[in-house]
Ligand binder design. Structure first.
Ligand code: FMN
Length: 383
């Protein structure tokens, strides 16, 4: 393994390496949360507060982490969360994630705002790509993205519901991070101090809205990227009726991403959703929101076997994936864990993030005496 990545023992170590290798504004874009970042911290403290009770004298000769979702087997019970403009973390990051997904047989959720066209990512993911959509007020564009995702072979659709307004990220404001990118003197100095990121980004092209291409892009050609973002990523008129239209249109499994309340979970089940990603967007949207680990039990009770639940927000340790399972989810997604990996070492770094989470998960399973991941249930919870 190159560049000392093997000495990165934890996701936190990868984060520190990424912090050194990235310009400050790029690191902050990935690392930051909304406003005071109490929500970001709460995601961690809530997961840390969930104890798992060790159980010993158990036969551990056959570990099994395979998990089947919607008829497809995944080799590990966690995947890569959708992240827009993620080539900020490292040039080529989202393509590296897609390849990692194919290699490890885990899902990679392609963001509407991916830095690489969805067709390219889906091909590299070799059947392990999901698609995440922001349902904007441009219904034709929504239909266009869905057609492309389906044609590219994305089987699972994540419908992100937690961006009715832009998240207010104070670090981005302080850093002068604007789209389109306008280098300030401090950003230029930052770029000069991080030549590997800067040259790589120069070669690969600055992270942009790569899915905005082809025939439908014409209407947006004369707009600034900020305007395009406002029109295509903000779902300020998307409601339960809109969801029903979407449900009628998308034939495959459909999950709402960002549901944080039991009553919304009830409505989602009634609307025919196949599942939920219980998520607060990694603390990037509503600083005052509870942690997803805090609301998961009540959502699991409301879903009561009718929908598949996935947890994200705050996953930094393999034990978090076991915690999510014990609290009622089938699966977990991690966003920044993989982004820190890419920042720490490109494709090899993303792979290192996967290995760390997988190794930690297997050790957790050994400690709690449950070598078969899908059998982990509430009995694994400690006091
Ligand atoms: C840099 C970055 C970009 C993101 N972009 C998107 C996006 O385009 N669509 C989306 O649904 N969620 C997006 N998210 C949220 C993730 O999908 C996921 O919910 C979150 O990262 C989980 O928290 P974690 O980073 O603590 O694992 C983004 C997160 C990050 C860190």
């Amino acid at each position: 393994m190159s560049g000392g990545l093997e000495r990165a023992a934890s996701i936190d170590d990868l984060r520190l390496r990424a912090r050194r290798r990235l310009p400050r504004f790029a690191f902050d874009f990935v690392d930051g949360g909304a406003e005071s970042e109490t929500g970001l911290a709460r995601n961690r403290s809530a997961l840390d507060a969930v104890t798992l009770a060790p159980r010993y004298l158990v036969d551990l000769s056959a570990y099994d982490t395979e998990t089947t979702l919607f008829g497809k087997a995944y080799a590990a019970p966690f995947g890569i969360a959708p992240m827009g403009f993620i080539n900020m973390a490292w040039p080529g990051a989202d393509l590296a994630f897609a390849r990692l997904a194919a290699r490890e047989r885990i899902p990679h959720a392609i963001s509407t705002a991916a830095s690489t066209p969805l067709e390219v990512l889906a091909e590299a993911a070799e059947g392990f790509a999901w698609f995440q959509i922001y349902v904007s007020n441009d219904r034709e564009m929504t239909a266009h993205f869905l057609d492309r995702a389906e044609a590219a072979g994305c089987e699972v659709l994540l419908v992100t519901v937690d961006v009715p307004t832009t998240g207010k990220r104070d670090r981005d404001i302080r850093n002068g991070l604007r789209i389109p990118f306008r280098p300030t003197p401090s950003i230029l100095a930052d770029l000069a101090l991080h030549p590997r990121w800067s040259l790589g980004t120069l070669r690969a092209g600055a992270p942009h809205f790569a899915n905005l291409s082809g025939a439908r892009a014409g209407a947006y050609a004369s707009m600034t990227l900020a305007e395009v973002q406002k029109r295509l990523l903000i779902a300020d008129r998307f409601d339960w009726d809109g969801l029903k239209r979407l449900r009628d249109r998308w034939k495959g499994p459909l999950l709402l991403k960002g549901v944080m309340r039991a009553d919304d979970a009830e409505k989602a089940a009634a609307a025919g959703c196949d599942g939920l990603v219980v998520s607060n967007h990694g603390g990037r949207q509503a600083d005052y929101a509870p942690a997803s680990a805090e609301v998961l039990p009540e959502i699991a009770a409301a879903a009561a076997g009718r929908m598949t639940l996935i947890l994200d927000s705050g996953v930094r340790r393999g034990a978090d994936i076991a915690r999510a399972k014990a609290l009622g989810a089938e699966f977990a997604l991690a966003g920044r864990a993989f982004a820190y990996g890419a920042g720490a070492g490109g494709e090899a770094g993303a792979a290192r993030a996967f290995d760390i989470l997988k190794t930690e998960l297997l050790r957790t399973m050994g400690q709690i005496g449950q070598p078969v991941f899908r059998k982990i249930g509430p009995e694994a919870l400690g006091p």
